[in-house]
Write a protein of this length. Sequence first.
Length: 93
Amino acid sequence: MGFLLDEGALSWSEDQHAANGADRGALAIHFDKLPAAVEKMMKTVGSLKASGDRAGAEALAKKYVDGNVVPHKTITERWLRNPRATFVFALDL
């Protein structure tokens, strides 16, 4: 998500209303930029994996997982509002 935000394929607007109409802050997808951004992301990640570039992979994770490119706090708060699905399976043998 962070890579796509940096490439302009996604944008985050603090002032935009979310789909539920109550929350502020929303992501927008820019479909015209999406194919090039995904291709660049796949080349970047693929070359890191293919070359075994651990430092490069850790730098990418630090930027997008630990960094502030993605609005993690808002996404987490909204995700946790929803009930978790549970599955119970039974087998008749």
